[in-house]
Design a protein around this ligand. Structure first.
Ligand code: SF4
Length: 278
């Protein structure tokens, strides 16, 4: 698989004038966004039929950067807006990049309901384990013992496993990747977008400024090394389950067919409007 050159990617998919981003040096969001754009490119999608829906947070800037139609909603509501957009025009490819605070905290219920409905939407959780934009507060994905601006003595709560949550709630494609394993990440996102049904890709992406510095990872390189150490591929995990040792498993964790309700709701709406042929 040949990856598109950065220059080509920027010229084709990024808005002129939107660069440079306001993201901090070493932030993982740029790599995650690049992987998403490369996945869209590899699938050969019609750019006029791709919609990017974001909520609030550092990840919200994805919408302003990219030359697709989009919607920048309120905090945690990206999936609610994405659901409406998909209902209104099922031909669109709807992708919702969200931060972990955005998706797992204030948007947690939308996430569960979207998974349960198995709407044909792709949710990309850019998981950096804290609220970056608002000052580094702990999020539902902050690991126990970690230091954040609101856990100065070490975080005492266990984090969500978003992939396990997505599977339990009914998502039919669930995968986890990291911005360290870039080519693998492009493949995981492309497969998720191509999947018919609710797709979730958790992308482990460092926030060196608000999280790394507080947790003995002074540079972005330290954080990337941590991603390498703290994850294991699905294949490795299957071959050597004893070697997982608390590490996060990367790869496709679930891929099944399930009832996808976009068409069902369309028929229902036509029926409610009195169209007896619906
Ligand atoms: S605060 Fe963190 S997540 Fe936000 S742009 Fe900076 S490094 Fe990235």
């Amino acid at each position: 698989m040949a990856l598109m050159r950065n220059r080509d990617m920027v010229e084709r998919y990024f808005r002129r004038g939107a660069l440079p981003t306001t993201w901090c040096p070493g932030c993982g969001l740029g790599t995650a966004t690049g992987a998403m754009v490369r996945a869209i490119d590899q699938l050969g999608l019609d750019a006029d039929k791709v919609v990017i829906v974001t909520g609030i947070g550092c990840s919200g800037q994805v919408y302003t950067l990219l030359n697709f139609d989009g919607f920048h909603g309120t905090h945690g509501r990206a999936l609610a807006a994405a659901t409406g957009i998909k209902f209104a025009n099922p031909e669109l490819t709807v992708i919702a990049p969200m931060g972990d605070g955005d998706c797992a905290a204030i948007g947690g219920n939308h996430f569960i309901q979207a998974a349960r409905r198995n709407m044909d939407i792709t949710a990309i959780i850019m998981a950096n384990q804290a609220y970056g934009m608002t000052g580094g507060q702990y999020s539902p994905l902050t690991p126990m013992g970690s230091f954040t601006s609101t856990s100065p003595y070490g975080h005492i709560e266990p984090p969500f496993d978003m992939c396990a949550l997505a599977i339990a709630a009914g998502a039919t494609y669930v995968a986890r990747g990291t911005v360290y394993h870039t080519q693998e990440l492009v493949r995981l996102i492309a497969r998720g977008i191509a999947h018919r049904g609710f797709s979730v890709i958790e992308v482990l992406a460092p926030c060196p400024v608000q999280f790394g510095r507080r947790n003995a990872m002074a540079t972005p390189v330290d954080m990337f090394r941590q991603l390498q150490r703290a994850t294991v591929s699905v294949r490795e995990a299957e071959l050597h389950p004893e070697a997982i040792g608390g590490r996060a498993v990367r790869g496709v964790l679930r891929e099944v067919e399930g009832p996808e309700f976009t068409a069902e709701y369309e028929a229902l709406i036509r029926r409610a409007k009195g169209d007896t042929h619906g």
